[in-house]
Design a protein around this ligand. Structure first.
Ligand code: KQY
Length: 379
């Protein structure tokens, strides 16, 4: 745990030699959760569960996949998930492992550790998406116990989808999320930068003003833009000047193209077409339970669909299929960006209806000296 008192402070993870690797670095595993809450997923989450099975199966082609499940869904998840996927009982309030799961760190000597951020369900009682979030909050500690790794507790409210790193000292995030009064009102931008550098071993932060239009996470960067290699990012894009997303894409592109990374490189920005615009159909909204304290789904509401919300596995890239008019083009671009990985598309509208996508429901565990899983498909 970091104590910022200069007199008796403990060393930061960065000072101890830990840093967050890029997603495109090798993995030992991927962690996911099983969707079930009927006030977020329509029809008791049955259609979403099918999509989660497809995502887990695609990722399991190149690394071990763990799926955490509440006890009352354990048998159902075990039945629907293929046998080589590791189903473990792990209580959660919902199914966004990117945000509630560990941000893993590795040491130069190969050790694995994690950051345990503060979590308030994307805004707490000031615009958050549900209450309570107590089970989500315990997930990182439980995974640290299972893996037997060090857990660095950060005072920052942060979800994993709010950051992307290149593994070479650079981090991208958005002001809309990290500077939102519903996350860290007591910290200045400089304080937040220092905490990110201390906990993640980065030295350069690139701030984008806003995330995707109507993104209920308050602008997670993982839906807008991501590193695909050192010095290269993918950015969701629309040419439609009448779309409110247009200005968001333009300002992000200008900042990214004008930025240098921690190593002094200019960034190359690759554009991915935006799907849609996509909105919630009446038949989709009506399948979601209306409960007080959770975000209602209204017919016609714009969804924050983006092809940038993909997962980079060891030898696959798992991308969301969201719109027949744009899926093929987005896949072709990703195939060119990842010539050494197979790009697998999974039908993902059901995940989008729940408020996120493939990247939001997954969390990579980087390769370390810790574990060689037996019987899985870790490569
Ligand atoms: O990272 C995400 N996109 C999580 C969104 C949570 C949505 C809950 N309805």
């Amino acid at each position: 745990m970091t104590n910022n008192n200069l007199s008796d402070r403990t060393p930061t993870p960065a000072e101890l030699g830990f840093a967050m690797p890029a997603e495109f670095a090798p993995h030992d595993a991927c962690w996911m959760l099983w969707p079930q809450r009927p006030d977020n997923w329509r029809y008791g989450a049955k259609p979403a569960q099918e999509s989660f099975v497809a995502v887990a199966s695609a990722i399991a082609e190149s690394e071990t996949v763990f799926v955490g499940v509440n006890d009352d869904q354990y048998e159902n998840a075990r039945y629907h998930l293929p046998a080589h996927i590791r189903v473990v009982e792990l209580s959660s309030n919902d199914a966004w492992m990117r945000d509630v799961g560990p941000t893993f760190l590795t040491h130069t000597d190969g050790r694995l550790a994690m950051v345990d951020w503060e979590f308030n369900a994307w805004g707490g009682l000031n615009g958050g998406l549900y209450f309570p979030w107590d089970k989500d909050r315990r997930i990182r500690g439980k995974i640290a116990e299972m893996l037997g790794i060090e857990r660095f507790i950060s005072p920052l409210v942060l979800e994993g989808g709010a950051i992307h790193v290149d593994g070479e000292g650079t981090l991208i995030t958005t002001e809309e999320c990290l500077l939102n009064p519903n996350r860290n009102p007591e910290w200045s931008k400089a304080d937040i930068e220092r905490l990110l550098c201390d906990f993640l071993g980065v030295s350069k932060i690139i701030w984008l003003p806003r995330g995707c239009y109507q993104d209920e996470t308050n602008g997670h960067v993982d839906n807008l833009c991501c590193f695909i290699a050192p010095g290269e990012v993918a950015l969701t894009w629309t040419d439609d000047v009448n779309d409110p997303q247009h200005g968001i894409c333009q300002e992000a592109r200008e900042i990214l193209e004008g930025a240098t990374d921690a190593k002094g490189r200019r960034l190359e920005v690759h554009l991915l077409p935006q799907p849609g615009p996509l909105t919630i159909a009446a038949t989709e909204a009506s399948g979601v339970d209306r409960l007080s304290g959770s975000k209602p789904r209204q017919p016609g509401d714009r969804m924050a669909g983006s092809y940038v919300n993909f997962y980079i596995g060891n030898s696959v890239v798992v991308m969301p299929l969201l719109d027949p008019a744009h899926d093929d083009k987005a896949k072709t671009i990703l195939e060119a960006l990842f010539p050494n990985r197979r790009v697998l598309g999974v039908p993902a509208r059901e995940i989008l209806l729940g408020g996120g996508n493939v990247h939001c429901i997954t969390q990579q565990q980087p390769r370390s000296h810790l574990i060689k899983y037996r019987g899985g498909t870790s490569v």
